[in-house]
Design a protein around this ligand. Structure first.
Ligand code: FES
Length: 288
């Protein structure tokens, strides 16, 4: 659970929209349009007290520009700094791409629910990710690796449009070397240097064909990948309850106040961002 002392101090600010100051400590340009940022709270006590769970998100602000939500992409099992990743798609993400190490930005959170670790315990886990969709998954994957004996087989199927679009290459290399993980990386289109698999994620998932027995699939990626991954998992025998995904949808306030992020009767920020496919199937069919 989120640390009580941090929550108390956060609420004691009086204004829930008031961010804490965090400092960018490291920047990794993952692809031409995606960067990962490592950060720490400016207030050392907050850094020590801050707690979150895999799957939760924060609201990040560039002063004078705006605020945007991103999942915390590092694992709560690895303290020392926090991480998030973003794709350059608009004003705030443009500004975040212009920042350098040492820059101060605002952070409020953690918000939302988290991946249900108790439900995943003792299960075979199948991670299916595309592009920057690996960001929330990697928080959970490292969390699980750090508690490896609680879980059964791990399959990770991850893809991107091209080799240059693969994010978190250092993670992919590390998981590839881990004998307890079946790491499968694919690209939609290879290049002259690519010797790995070529094919879209849902098709490669069907080829790998992980068993649905005692398994849970955790999926995150672009809408087109999601749209074809759910039926592929169904073909493999996964039920709606055996598929978990995490959504980022038009979130603004992050705390259930503005009503911008609703899908049906659910708020992504408050009831999610982690949902079973059973929970959201009827609401997302138009978008995914
Ligand atoms: S982002 Fe405002 S209600 Fe969800």
């Amino acid at each position: 659970m989120t640390d009580i002392s941090y929550r108390k101090r956060f609420l004691a600010q009086g204004n829930v929209y008031l961010p804490h100051i965090v400092v960018i400590e490291k920047i990794i340009d993952e692809t031409p349009g995606v960067r990962a940022l490592h950060f720490n709270f400016k207030d050392e006590r907050l850094q020590e007290e801050f707690a979150f769970e895999s799957g939760q998100f924060g609201e990040y602000s560039v002063f004078g520009v705006g605020e945007a939500p991103f999942c915390i992409s590092s694992s709560p099992t690895r303290r020392g700094h926090l991480e998030f990743a973003l794709q350059r798609v608009g004003t705030v993400t443009d500004a975040l791409h212009r920042l350098g190490v040492g820059a101060e930005i605002g952070f409020r959170g953690p918000y939302g629910n988290s991946f249900p670790l108790d439900l995943l315990e003792g299960k075979n886990l199948v991670f299916v990710g595309g592009g920057i969709g690996l960001a929330p998954l990697r928080s959970l994957i490292w969390n699980i690796i750090d508690n490896r004996d609680k879980y059964q087989n791990i399959d990770i199927i991850y893809g991107a449009r091209s080799p240059a679009d693969l994010c978190f290459q250092y993670d992919l290399d590390s998981w590839d070397k881990d004998n307890s993980i079946n790491m499968v990386t694919t690209v939609d289109r290879g290049d002259e240097s690519w010797t790995g698999r070529v094919g879209v994620v849902p098709r490669i998932l069907e080829e790998v064909a992980p068993s649905a027995s005692n398994a849970v699939a955790i999926v995150c990626g672009p809408p087109i990948m999601i749209r074809f991954t759910f039926p592929a998992l169904a073909k493999l025998g996964f039920t709606l309850e055996q598929i978990i995904t995490t959504l980022e949808k038009r979130m603004k306030c992050g705390i259930g106040k503005c009503g911008r992020c609703n899908i049906g009767n659910l708020y992504v920020c408050r009831d999610g961002p982690v949902f079973t496919y059973a929970q959201i199937k009827n609401f997302i069919s138009n978008e995914y």
